[in-house]
Write a protein that binds this ligand. Structure first.
Ligand SMILES: Nc1ncnc2c1ncn2[C@@H]1O[C@H](COP(=O)(O)OP(=O)(O)OP(=O)(O)O)[C@@H](O)[C@H]1O
Ligand SMILES: [Mg+2]
Length: 327
């Protein structure tokens, strides 16, 4: 099964300031701010929802196709994704703009000063999913994740016109899109992914009741943080899976993306919703236990052990067989 993942691709530059911002802000100087913080730590993380999901799928042995737009600075990032087993051949490289970049400095009080540069991500709207569908020899499912909003709408329209099944995963972009746009992203989706908060926001903005949402999609998958995930269709709840307890949540970002990666890899391998969601929750916890969203390498044996501890030996056996993972 050929899965494409359309979504943001970004680099996170995270710095630590060993002091307190508030000591640098002088009230009488606020009309003319010119501050420079001497930071003592800088880490660069590969991120963006599209790349995170593809990376997670690759860790489970599924090669998916990444669809997104980046800048000429992408070479090193691309090499890492290629090495991991992601198909990056359809990523668009902008001639003029840098890859989207999140730059954040955190002080000793955990206050943050951050900027998000959209950059090349805005060119996601130039990508033609129909051409990629043809070039790739047919896409069976495309996940449309948070990205340039015009790009998300375009991909959804193209998927519908081409008869490509799609998964709507608008996450952060729900906040800035209006009801009409959101309805367009969701109507007719094979899967709809949201967390609990986004699920409420989606109903509020679209004006649809939860039952009306279900009527418009094949399967609705709602993640509930530490309380796991619920999978429903028009007939009711088809799976309710508890989360896998984390030894320590060292970095809360990327859990949602990892869940999607695990669940879709399971579904692509023919697993039912419950075992697929168990794989998703296990991968999500692995990511929450590491700093960054693509800084982990999955050891399949430990992964299967974890599935066994959380959900029992049959869960691990069915995952190992379906995904061809070795104990
Ligand atoms: N505290 C936790 N302990 C264990 N598992 C968790 C925890 N938080 C999240 N998860 C796992 O991650 C999945 C997705 O989490 P959540 O509902 O928080 O998504 P999200 O809000 O979209 O996260 P993200 O910050 O990645 O966007 C959950 O279904 C669960 O499997
Ligand atoms: Mg999320």
């Amino acid at each position: 099964m050929q899965i494409a993942v359309a979504g943001s691709i970004a680099t996170d530059i995270l710095m630590t300031f060993p002091g307190r911002f508030k000591e640098q802000f002088l009230e009488e100087q606020m009309h003319k701010v010119s501050l420079s913080f001497l930071v003592d730590e800088l880490v660069v993380h590969r991120g963006g929802v599209g790349a995170n999901i593809c990376y997670g799928m690759a860790q489970l042995g599924h090669r998916s196709l990444l669809v997104g737009a980046v800048g000429p600075d992408f070479a090193e990032y691309r090499a890492a994704l290629d090495e991991a087993g992601v198909d990056t051949s359809h990523v668009r490289v902008s001639a003029t703009q840098h890859t989207a970049r999140f730059t954040c400095t955190t002080d000793q009080d955990a206050n943050q000063i951050a900027s998000f540069y959209t950059g090349a991500m805005a060119e996601a709207r130039e990508l033609d999913l129909a051409a990629i569908h043809a070039a790739a020899g047919g896409i069976d499912l495309v996940l449309i994740g948070a990205d340039d909003p015009d790009g998300m709408l375009r991909h959804t329209r193209t998927a519908r016109a081409q008869g490509i099944a799609f998964a709507a995963d608008p996450s952060q972009q729900l906040a800035r899109m209006d009801g009409e746009q959101i309805r367009e992203l969701v109507e007719g989706a094979e899967y709809l992914f949201t967390n609990e908060y986004e699920s409420g926001l989606l109903c509020q903005k679209t004006g649809w009741s939860p039952a009306e949402v279900i009527d418009r999609v094949g399967v609705r998958v709602t993640t509930h943080g530490g309380d796991g995930v619920v999978v429903e269709n028009a007939g009711g709840i088809v799976a309710k899976v508890p989360a896998v307890t984390a030894s320590a949540v060292v970095d809360p970002t990327g859990g949602g993306d990892a869940f999607r990666a695990g669940y879709l890899t399971g579904r692509a391998a023919g697993l039912d919703h419950e075992p697929a969601a168990q794989i998703g929750c296990t991968l999500a916890t692995t990511v929450l236990e590491t700093v960054g969203t693509q800084e982990y390498t999955l050891d399949h044996r430990s992964f299967l052990d974890r599935l066994t501890t959380a959900y029992g030996p049959e869960a691990a056996t069915s995952a190992a067989t379906a995904l061809n993972l070795t104990h």
